[in-house]
Design a protein around this ligand. Sequence first.
Ligand code: FAD
Length: 444
Amino acid sequence: TIAIALLTQDLRLHDNPVLHAAARSADEVVPLFVLDPGVEAAGFAAPNRRAFLADCLADLDASLRRIGGRLLIRRGSAAAETARLAEETGAVAVHVAAGVSSFARRRESALRKHLGDRLHVHDGSLTALVPGAAAPAGKDHYAVFTPYFRAWQRSSRRMPHRAPRSLRTPAGPAGTDPDAIRPERTDSPGLPPGGETEARRRWKAWDVTAYEEVHDDLAADGTSRLSPYLHFGCLSATELVDLAERRGGPGAEAFVRQLVWRDFHHQVLAARPDAAWQDYRGKGDRWREDSREAEAWRQGRTGFPVVDAGMRQLAHEGWMHNRARLLTASFLTKTLYQDWRTGARHFLHLLVDGDLANNQLNWQWVAGTGTDTRPNRVLNPLTQADRLDPDGAYVRRWVPELAHLRGRSVHRPWLLERPPADYPAPLVDPGEVAARLRRGRGLD
Ligand code: FAD
C-alpha cells in the first residue's frame, strides 16, 4: 500500500508526526510538498522566505534519499494536486499536520472534500502543546500569557518521534526540482541557509546555558536564531523543548519560556484566525497615516539610531533581534501612531521567520490591540537604547554613518556639536517624544 505525507510547515525527518504515521500505515510513502499559488497570492511566498524554503526542500530531499525515499515537489492547489497524486499512485491515505491559519483550515477542508476519510490530520506537529489543549474553563483559548504558561507547564506533552531509518517511495510520480522555486533574487543579501541539517547544526553549536544573561543584549546576539527553522518546521518545537529541558538550568528554562510564547500566539490564532489582520481587542482607529514617516521607518532613516539599526538589520539579514523588533514596532505604533498592519506587512515581507501567528500577534501585543495586559505601555527608544545597547556596539554595526562615534553618544547624534551630515535628523523631536511619554502613557 501507498500513503502520501503532505508536508507543509514540517520539513524535517526528526520528530515528524506526519511522516511517522504515513510510514507506519503503508509499505511505501510519497513525501509531498505543494507550492500553492494561494500562498503566493497572499504574499506569503516573499523572496526571502522562498529562498530559505528552497534550501529546506533540497535538504529534506537529500535526507530522504539517504534512507531510500525522495521528496516530490509540485505546484498548484495543495488539495487538488494531492488528490491528483492520490489517483496517480492509488494511495490509500493522505497524512497532513493540523494548521492554525485560515489558509491551513481552507486547505484542510478542501482536502477533506477530495479525499473523504482517506485524509488523516495530525495534531502536535506545529507547536509543543496542541492549540486548545490547555484552555480556561468555558473558553477556547488563553488571552493572557502568564496563566497560559502555568497551564502549559502542567499539561502533558507527547514524546518526540525518532527519525525514520528507512523509507520507500514508489518510482514513477514526477515533480519539480527545489531550485525551480528558488527566486531569482532575494530582498536581503545576508540570509541564513535553510534546512533541517543546518537547524540541527545550529542547535548543537549554540550555548543555551548563557541565554538568560545575554538574550536582551542587542550587540551580544546571543539568542538561538532558530526562528526560521521553527517556522518551516526544520526543527520540531516538541523536540526542542525536550532537548532544552534535558539540558536544564536557568538558560534552558528562559529559552523554553520563549518557546511557550510561540505556542501561546499559535493557540490565540487557532481560536481567532481573524486576529491575523483585525484588532484582537477592538481598539479602533486611533492611527494616523503618514507615508513619508512610514517609509523613513522602513528604510531605517528615522534619526533614532537604535530604531534604524534594527530596521537595517532586518533589511540585510531578513531577521531582527527580538528586542529590536519590540522597539521598532513600538516606535511605529506608539511614537509615530501608525497602524500596526503597516509594520506587520513590512516585517512579513522581509522576515525569513515571518509567521502569521508570531508576527501579527506580537505586533498586536506591542500596538496595544492584542494580548498585552498593559496595552498603554510605550517603549522609550532612548532609555531602551541605553539599556539594551549600553556601549552602542549594535548601532555602530548597522548604521555606518555613526560607526565612528564612541560609546553611547551614538544613541543621541543630535546632541553632538557637529552631527554626522549623512545621517537624518530625528523624525520627531526627541524632547517631545520623552515629554509625550511622561504625559499620561506608561513608560518602560
Ligand atoms: P530565541 O530568543 O532564541 O527564542 C527561541 C524561539 O522562541 C524563537 O525562535 C521563537 O520561535 C520563539 N519565540 C521567542 N520569542 C517569541 C515571541 N515573542 N513570540 C513568539 N515566539 C517567540 N517570531 C517569529 O518566529 N516570526 C515572526 O514573524 C515574528 N515577528 C515578530 C514581530 C514583532 C513585532 C515582535 C516583537 C516579535 C516577533 N517575533 C516573531 C518573535 C521573536 O522576536 C522572534 O521569534 C525571535 O526574535 C527569533 O529569534 P531567535 O530564534 O534567536 O529567538
